[in-house]
Design a binder for this molecule. Structure first.
Ligand SMILES: [Zn+2]
Ligand SMILES: [Zn+2]
Length: 100
């Protein structure tokens, strides 16, 4: 067996290539007029007229009359859809409520 002088050379993940890939994706999105959500730590790409992604726009109170759906998904998690319906449920969960 040959001896390695370095150590730590067996990284199965090329950080430089990954950074390059991310930079390229970002360049394409920026070129298309997209911007990243202004919420700290959020990496959602949004159209420039929206400062925040849907979820964070609601969280910071930018969207009036909208809210996250009160429904629970099939997997038992809170629904992440945004709804402006007075019932507080998205279209999908309204159907499950026996509606009007
Ligand atoms: Zn966001
Ligand atoms: Zn829902």
């Amino acid at each position: 067996m040959m001896a390695t002088d370095g150590g730590g050379a067996s990284v199965g993940f090329d950080v430089v290539a990954e950074a390059d890939r991310i930079a390229r994706v970002a360049a394409v999105l920026l070129d298309a007029g997209y911007a990243q959500c202004a919420y700290v730590g959020c990496r959602q790409w949004v159209r420039p007229r929206y400062l925040y992604c849907k979820r964070h726009a609601i969280e910071v109170g930018l969207v009036d009359g909208c809210g996250l759906c009160q429904g629970i998904t099939a997997s038992g998690k809170p629904c992440s859809r945004v709804t402006a319906h007075p019932s507080g449920y998205c279209w999908q969960h309204r159907r499950g409520q026996g509606g009007d």
